[in-house]
Design a protein around this ligand. Structure first.
Ligand code: ZN
Length: 645
């Protein structure tokens, strides 16, 4: 029988830097779903990758003194290794700088242009550089970028536009006819009411303001902007070809079963992407699932706002399966999940160490003690056993049902509930009492077997979520071959089967204090208090006192951030014949390039002092306003070296 194909993708990670835990959450979630679907019998294809073009990357590469390609090569490698470090098994990792992808995107762009869906015009609006997006007046939030809250500036550029409006009614109908297309359902209303009903504006799909992108091959002033470049990865990765010469993967796996994405990019995936596909005459993905955020403490983990817990740091604290477990278990279906270090410790200790670990440990010990770890013939199950057996046998069905709606946390909860029930079963049946009566040996064997079969089912059920833990449990049972199908079979471990001779701890108990200490050791070191340059000025200075001070116009020849204090700048200031080195506490507001070439007001005869190890021979005069914003006194026409009086 041929297996049903199942194609799952994540958003491709932007290679502007190391991804935060929120991005890694998405790949772990996709991995768990992909593994589960595979177990369930689907022919799964799981694609992820990196989005590597854009102005921000061009700028970051420049700042790092690298070519954009070298920059994205190194970030993409880092992202891959983070994903691999989470035991993620994708089938294909696409990079938007792949030559195949670039060629296919150029052909897509050309086709859309040739058929009149893309036209050339001019764009004017508010531009946010970090988000690389234009906004209209009404889209701004309090005059700031609606996506990241940063300042925007007016910008104008020639651009190619995609006629979204042409496909708007068709898309609206598709969304209404396919209630599962946008999930969870609350997101659907958001898209329809906020964007579709007010009417879609045509979308600028090229840029001339930067070079690091796929060139529009018939107009080389332009590069293809992120939408067509990044979104089309879902089909170019499968070998889609505009001329119809598709690769086998495309023929087999498209349309995707689910695009898993963060809720912040839902608009692009449920409006722009389906319209692009309509224009290309391709079937639409079956579902776009906008997952909620994983919150650590109170801070949102996303790419727009900086936050510094990375998954590899978390792995050092909790192990790979510990982090996978937390991510998958703590994320509610539709709302943001919130975790803190203490809540993570508590969750792992409760679920994995106490409930699952204890069950395995107690049962293995009893089996060793009473049966030398060998399964014996046993009585038929009694009424007392039935509740546990029924719960165990129904787990597979319950999981398939919740996983079909991508309710991963609910699936895991069902597994833990079963393990909990088995612990209770030990307390109900009191095997150590049964063991006192040799005549009840076959009954005792039945009780232990019930527990072992339950552990086996728990282990198999956990495999998609915490693979290593699952392996350890099955290795305690000495039955690694347990299959997904056997989840409904309560008679797999036959008489004569021998358990592992060694007990295995599936996860060590975490001690909050130790984890906190290790966590704090990972945090970036706090800066030591800066020694601010201090000049003592007598509030009642006489004219003679004032005359002691020498003020001169100085030209800033060079300026650098202090090697040991990032709040200080070190400037070389020419006062006409003599160059003073001056350390100033102004780096929070001024960059070195803000100062270089400026003529500033300098106190030149202060007693030289060392500030954080660097000699300072003077002081730049700065005013500070009520909001703490600093302004430097500068001169335009006065010569350097001129005395100020
Ligand atoms: Zn922004």
């Amino acid at each position: 029988m041929t297996k049903t194909p199942y194609y799952i993708t994540t958003a491709i990670a932007y290679t502007s830097g190391k991804p935060h835990i929120g991005n890694v959450y998405e790949i772990v979630l996709a991995d768990a779903i992909a593994r589960f679907k595979k177990e369930e019998g689907y022919d799964v294809y799981f694609q992820t990758g990196t989005d590597e073009h854009g102005q921000k990357i061009e700028e970051k590469a420049l700042a790092a003194n690298q070519t954009p390609q070298a920059f994205v090569d190194s970030v993409a490698a880092q992202i891959k290794s983070l994903f691999d470090g989470m035991n993620v098994k994708y089938d294909y990792f696409i990079r938007t700088t792949d030559q195949d992808h670039e060629k296919r995107v150029q052909k897509i762009f050309k086709k859309l242009y040739d058929q009149g869906d893309i036209y050339k015009s001019e764009y004017e609006g508010w531009y946010c550089t970090p988000c690389e997006s234009f906004y209209t007046d009404s889209q701004l939030t309090d005059g700031k970028c609606p996506d990241c809250g940063r300042d925007v500036h007016k910008a104008k550029e020639e651009s190619y536009f995609f006629k979204l409006s042409k496909y708007q009614d068709r898309l609206m109908k598709h969304i209404e006819d396919h209630p599962n297309f946008i999930q969870p359902p609350s997101r659907k209303n958001e898209m329809v009411n906020n964007f579709l009903k007010p009417g879609l504006q045509d979308l600028a799909v090229s840029r001339t303001s930067f070079k690091w992108g796929i060139p529009v091959d018939f107009d080389d002033k332009h590069v293809v902007y992120v939408w067509i470049d990044a979104l089309s990865n879902y089909i170019t990765g499968l070998g889609y070809d505009v001329d119809g010469n598709h690769g086998d993967l495309y023929k087999k796996y498209w349309p995707a079963d689910v695009h898993l994405i963060g809720k912040d990019i839902l608009r692009f995936h449920t409006l722009y992407w389906p319209i692009m596909l309509m224009a290309l005459d391709c079937p639409l993905p079956k579902q776009v699932f906008g997952h909620p955020w994983l919150l650590v403490g109170d801070g949102k983990m996303s790419k727009s706002k900086g936050n510094t817990i990375y998954s590899d740091d978390m792995v050092k604290l909790f192990g790979v399966d510990g982090v996978r477990y937390i991510m998958l278990r703590e994320m509610p279906f539709a709302n943001d999940g919130s975790i803190t270090i203490p809540s993570m410790v508590e969750r792992i200790n409760t679920d994995i160490v106490n409930i699952v670990g204890n069950l395995a440990n107690r049962t293995w010990n009893m089996s060793m003690k009473y049966f030398n770890g060998v399964i014996e013939a046993s009585d038929a199950p009694t009424q007392e056993d039935q509740e546990l057996i029924d719960l165990a046998i129904s787990l597979k069905h319950d999981m398939i049902s919740s996983m079909s709606e991508l309710k991963v946390a609910e699936s895991i909860e069902a597994i833990i509930t079963l393990a909990k029930r088995a612990n209770k079963y030990i307390d109900e049946t009191l095997p150590w009492n049964i063991a006192k009566d040799e005549a009840q040996r076959a009954r005792l064997s039945r009780v232990i077997k019930n527990l072992l079969e339950t552990i086996r089912i728990v282990a198999v059920a956990l495999r998609s979520f915490v693979p290593e833990t699952s392996d350890k449990l099955l290795s305690i049972l000495n039955h690694p071959e347990s299959s997904f199908e056997s989840l409904t079979d309560f008679d797999v471990l036959k008489p004569g089967h021998r358990l592992n001779n060694e007990n295995i701890i599936i996860m060590p108990r975490l001690v909050l204090e130790d984890v906190m200490k290790a966590y704090e050791a990972q945090l970036p070191k706090e800066e030591k208090k800066e020694e601010e340059p201090v000049v003592e000025v007598d509030p009642e200075a006489t004219i003679d006192d004032f005359k002691k001070m020498v003020f001169k116009v100085g030209e800033v020849l060079d300026c650098k951030v202090h090697p040991d204090a990032n709040k200080l700048l070190v400037s070389q200031i020419d006062v006409g014949g003599k160059v003073h080195q001056v350390v100033s506490g102004i780096a929070a507001q001024f960059k070195p390039e803000d100062l270089i070439g400026k003529k500033v007001m300098l106190v030149t005869n202060l007693k030289p002092v060392k500030l954080r190890g660097v000699l300072s021979e003077g002081m730049i005069l700065v005013a500070t306003n009520r909001e703490g914003k600093q302004e430097i006194v500068t001169f335009t026409s006065s010569e350097k070296g001129s005395k100020i009086s």
